[in-house]
Every structure is written in structure tokens, then in C-alpha cells.
Design a protein around this ligand. Structure first.
Ligand code: MN
Length: 314
């Protein structure tokens, strides 16, 4: 038995055997001064393939203020994947990488054994914030690798009858993203044109989930609600979306993740002892480097012995 209690969330890809269509309403979470809709992790502890975290932010219009301003904070054992519908997010990390994520492009940060980064609305901006940030859990054999950062200016895109598919992670519809990943997965943005339907193949070994980004969408005769993650299970070899007024849908999936992970604050690990070490290393300015490009203090780690589960800051 472990001696350390960290109040971490244990998350497992449960991998429903076969078709399901389960609705999980998102949770509204404060993210600094910004309200975000958290779609993953689901309270039932479910991952979707290796995807273990999904925050939907915006759409939000703003003036002189800075809606996103997340001071330097650490990550381990995961990748952050930032995909925007509109607007821009400035990333700075402890490797010295700086990048502005924009619609159509992708930022992928692989934390591996440890990295820190800051995310904020850049000074020059369009006054709109609208996108998602996802986390991918790294498998055991690669979760201790050196950190790296990758920015893609564009991702593979195909115009299908009735709509447009952009594949930002993994492979779908005969397209393969060049984003660095360490286990099989798919992440895509599907647009359905007004009054149309879009259909494409899926890998039946994968479990999948979908989230509406905007507009109206019907899947298998069911109208999908906003701010709800729909878990689709496994063994689907195709999918078909319909829309009256047009829509955009986020699709994620992968083989059910074969390991149970522990998520606490911004760390993904396997044991409470490991999480405690990650926290101690952040407190002691070890392991995670420094984000020199950010002007201001870094985030403090929550207290370790805490039965309330600290929200990740992403
Ligand atoms: Mn982060």
C-alpha cells in the first residue's frame, strides 16, 4: 500500500466493447479568470484512447484585456496539444521555444520527464479566443524521454463530399498528421457544410469520442448537444455526421490505453510517490527548467495532502 495520499485522479481507458453513444456533460472550471468547459477526464475516470484531458475555451471576444494568462507551470508524462478554431495563444517553454498557435496549425509539447511552459494571449491579437487544449498520456516506455516542442503551421486537410476534415494528430480519412506522438491515436476537426452529411472510415480497434465546436450536428439520428462529450465506444468502421446549418466537430480516439495513469495538478504519473517527487522538484526549482520569456512569477503547486482534487491549469 502506498503511504502517500495525493488525492490524484486515477484514469483508465475503459474501452467499451462495441458501439455506444454515451453523453457526458462538460464541467465548467475556472482557468485563471477564464471559464472553460472541461470535457475530460470524465468523472467515471474514463480516458479516450491515450487522450486524458480536454478543455474547451471560448468562443470569447475581448478588448484590451488578456483572457488567457497562465504563468509558468510544470508538466510530466504527457503531451499538450493546442488546436484553435479562432484567435491565437502564445506558448513559451523552458526549452526556449516560443510559438503562437493559430487556426489551422498545431502546437504539440511533449513533457516527457519534465518541462515548464506559459500560455497567454499575445499582445497583437484578433480579440477572439476559441479553441481546445488536449493532453495525451505518454506510454510507460516513453514517458521519461527528454521534452520537446513542435509547431505545425498547417495539418493535412481533405475536402470530402459535404464537408472538410482536418487531421491534427494521427491518421484518418487517408491523411496522416506529422505531429509527434508516441502511441496510436487520432485527433481531427470535422466541418459539415450546411444541409450536408459527411462520412468517413474509422479504425474499429479504436474507441472514439466527439465534441461539438460550433453549429448543429446529428449522429445516428441523435441531435448532439453543445458542451457535452459523446463517447462512442469501439468497433466502429465508419461514421456519418449530418448538419442543417453547418457545424464543426472535434473527433478524438485511439486504442484503449493499456495502463492506469495518475493525474494530479499538471502531472501524469503512475504512483503517488512519483507525483510527490514531481511536486517537490517544482518547489525546489529542479527538473523543469525556467521559462525566461515570461514576465512574472511562476505558479505555485497546490498542497500535496489535499483531498480536494486540484484542477489542472493546462
Ligand atoms: Mn500547461
Amino acid at each position: 500500500m502506498s503511504k502517500i495520499s495525493v488525492g490524484a485522479e486515477e484514469c483508465v481507458a475503459l474501452g467499451a466493447a462495441g458501439h455506444v453513444l454515451e453523453a457526458y456533460p462538460n464541467r465548467e472550471v475556472a482557468f485563471g479568470t477564464l471559464q472553460v468547459a472541461r470535457a475530460l477526464p470524465i468523472k467515471e475516470r474514463r480516458m479516450v484512447g491515450p487522450w486524458c484531458f480536454l478543455d474547451r475555451f471560448g468562443p470569447k471576444s475581448f478588448g484590451d484585456e488578456k483572457p488567457m494568462d497562465v504563468a509558468p507551470h510544470p508538466h510530466t508524462g504527457l503531451q499538450t496539444v493546442t488546436w484553435l478554431v479562432e484567435g491565437e495563444v502564445l506558448h513559451d517553454d523552458s526549452l526556449g521555444c516560443e510559438s503562437i498557435a493559430r487556426p489551422g496549425g498545431l502546437n504539440v509539447m511533449t513533457a516527457g520527464k519534465g518541462i515548464s511552459h506559459a500560455e497567454q494571449t499575445p499582445k497583437v491579437n484578433t480579440g477572439i479566443l476559441n479553441g481546445v487544449q488536449l493532453w495525451v498520456a505518454l506510454p510507460n516506455e516513453t514517458r521519461h524521454i527528454d521534452p520537446n516542442f513542435q509547431a505545425l503551421e498547417e495539418v493535412p486537410t481533405v475536402e470530402l463530399p459535404g464537408g472538410l476534415v482536418q487531421v491534427f494528430s494521427g491518421a484518418l480519412a487517408n491523411l496522416t498528421s506529422t505531429a509527434n506522438h508516441y502511441s496510436e491515436l487520432v485527433g481531427a476537426d470535422v466541418q459539415v457544410h450546411p444541409g450536408e452529411q459527411v462520412e468517413f472510415g474509422l479504425d474499429p480497434r479504436f474507441e472514439h469520442a466527439v465534441l461539438i465546436l460550433n453549429g448543429d450536428c446529428t449522429l445516428e439520428g441523435q441531435v448532439l448537444e453543445e458542451k457535452t462529450l459523446y463517447y462512442l465506444g469501439t468497433k466502429r468502421s465508419e461514421i456519418q455526421f449530418h448538419s442543417r446549418e453547418g457545424c464543426r466537430i472535434l473527433l478524438i480516439g485511439g486504442p484503449p490505453f493499456p495502463e492506469a495513469i495518475l493525474m494530479w495538478w499538471n502531472f501524469v504519473g503512475r504512483t503517488p510517490e512519483e507525483i510527490a517527487q514531481f511536486r517537490a522538484d517544482w518547489v525546489n526549482n529542479d527538473r523543469f527548467g525556467e521559462v525566461t520569456a515570461y514576465d512574472g512569477p511562476r505558479l505555485r503547486a497546490p498542497e500535496l495532502i489535499n483531498l480536494a482534487r486540484p484542477n489542472p491549469v493546462s
